[in-house]
Design a protein around this ligand. Structure first.
Ligand code: SAH
Length: 231
């Protein structure tokens, strides 16, 4: 049964406090002891219980990743917040996201940027996310079912790029689609090993300055094979 959204108000308040505390506690890693007020407002505004399967709703505002089916997860709220913060988005920015999943991070980004372009490799997840984000009235989002390694060249260059699945190393195609001065935030590393969340800034000459921020555990960014239904 769906609970009245106001029933989650207290849990949401506690979650937002938890995110602020965790940001403070991990400042030694991230270099940021507080997240921007815009990011904190977005975390308050997006109804996370609408992004988790009905059976998981009771846990929607716990600061944990949750299973969403297809072997995939909805990211931990703190990680969504910190990655959004590290992108340093302006309201005029256009963002490329790889790994839509349930669309929760997409919805947060949509409140911080002018437009979000998001790519998901699992067809059913892409379709569900499209329905959900449309239902929530997120009009500044474009979704594509496809391989994130290709990026979205027709809409490049982007002011910011975020990966929510971990490749072993940064795909050159995605670096190419970032504008000079643009920011890229991604977990990097092998599947099932601790990965590093890194923040990169592209210089005018095309080179990337990279800073490692936080050890994280993300699902791998898969290379779609013949078994994947891509269109
Ligand atoms: N952003 C989500 C978390 C996504 S989990 C959130 O807000 O909770 C990572 C997602 O990346 C999964 O849905 C997975 O299917 C997708 N993914 C993995 N490899 C990919 C690829 N090559 N291209 C696009 N999406 C990919």
């Amino acid at each position: 049964m769906d609970r009245d959204p106001s029933a989650f108000a207290e849990e949401l308040r506690i979650l937002v406090d938890t995110i602020a505390n965790e940001a403070h506690d991990s400042a030694g890693w991230t270099g940021r002891s507080a997240l921007s007020p815009r990011v904190m407002a977005a975390m308050r505004e997006v109804p996370r219980h609408l992004f988790v399967p009905p059976g998981e709703r009771a846990y929607a505002y716990v600061n944990r990743p949750l299973a969403i089916g297809h072997g995939q997860t909805i990211s931990q709220p703190f990680i969504v917040a910190v990655m959004s913060d590290l992108l340093d988005l302006e309201p005029t920015d256009r963002v490329l996201e790889i790994g839509t999943g349930c669309g929760y991070q997409t919805a947060v980004l949509a409140r911080l940027a002018r437009h979000v372009y998001s790519i998901e490799v699992v067809a059913e997840l892409a379709e569900d996310a499209a329905r959900r984000l449309h239902g929530l009235g997120c009009a500044n989002v474009s979704l594509r079912h496809g391989d994130g390694y290709a990026g979205w060249p027709e809409e490049a260059p982007f002011d910011a790029v975020i990966l929510t699945a971990a490749p072993p190393r940064l795909p050159q195609s995605l670096i190419d689609q970032l504008r000079p001065g643009g920011r890229l935030v991604a977990p990097l590393g092998l599947a099932h090993e601790t990965q590093m969340l890194c923040r990169c800034v592209k210089a005018a000459d095309g080179s990337l300055a990279r800073e490692d921020k936080l050890p994280v555990a993300f699902v791998p960014m898969v290379v779609p094979g013949p078994g994947h239904r891509l269109r």
